[in-house]
Design a protein. Structure first.
Length: 95
């Protein structure tokens, strides 16, 4: 079963680009922890997308049903969820 087949690389780029634009717009200083989580999610998504670029690596690093690509994509998605919730909390409630 393949959970994430396409778009993981683009999602990683979008998360990192969003973090860079938040830094450029001086919005990142309001929620530093949340943006750090989102940037980490972007790195995990980029790494998960790198498995699609080299299919032989994904073939040899597959455990029963899920490959490492799926593991890194799920971890990246969880980091993005935590980061989004932290940004919303820090911007709306604390400041």
């Amino acid at each position: 079963m393949v959970l994430f087949t396409a778009g993981v690389l683009e999602l990683g780029i979008a998360l990192l680009l969003g973090t860079a634009l938040a830094e450029y717009a001086k919005f990142r200083h309001k929620a530093e922890k949340g943006w750090a989580w989102i940037a980490t999610a972007g790195v995990f998504m980029l790494f998960a997308g790198a498995f699609s670029a080299v299919p032989i690596v994904d073939t040899y690093l597959t455990f029963e049903r899920y490959g490492l690509k799926d593991v890194f994509a799920v971890i990246g998605w969880l980091f993005a969820l935590i980061g989004t919730l932290l940004v919303a909390y820090e911007v709306l409630l604390e400041k």
